[in-house]
Design a protein around this ligand. Structure first.
Ligand code: CMP
Length: 137
């Protein structure tokens, strides 16, 4: 069924000039851009977005990283787009992400900085609804 997901091109993706390359893959797959904008989220927005990770060792570095520069937020629609975008993105850690995925092809080995993995995609229908509300209201 047609559904919507939240995609973020994270600060490393925007800073490295990869927004266009990432959007090209999304559009080639046939997904529809319902809304898209450049965002500079404050701490409160990020704490809501990453609430499930609060207390984890990577939480604070992740929030700091997400405030280090602009991201591109995308409301994306398509048939099974939640699972489909995560498949396009590849596994969380760019050093293990398969070739052919966004993280596998563009993700750099930056040691322990796993948070610098170029993109975010909602992981379930519940997360998508919650995250779209946070980023797009
Ligand atoms: P994302 O899909 O946006 O959701 C949580 C983020 O935490 C993840 O991408 C990474 O950017 C970051 N992260 C950093 N370290 C880890 C880790 N060890 N496990 C999971 N996520 C991590």
């Amino acid at each position: 069924a047609t559904e919507e997901t939240l995609v973020l091109v994270k600060p490393d993706g925007v800073a490295r000039g990869l927004t266009g390359a990432i959007l090209a893959r999304i559009e080639a797959k046939g997904y529809a851009l319902v809304d898209i904008r450049l965002v500079e989220p404050d701490r409160e927005t990020l704490e809501r977005h990453y609430a499930e990770h609060e207390g984890k060792p990577f939480y604070e570095p992740l929030v700091e990283f997400m405030m280090s520069g602009p991201s591109v937020a995308i409301r994306l629609a398509g048939n099974r787009v939640i699972e489909g975008f995560r498949s396009l993105a590849g596994t969380t850690d760019p050093t293990t992400a398969a070739p052919g995925t966004i993280r596998g092809d563009f993700g750099r080995d930056w040691g322990l900085k796993v948070q610098q993995n170029l993109v975010h995609g909602s992981d379930s229908t519940e997360s998508a609804a919650r995250e779209l509300e946070i980023w797009f209201g």
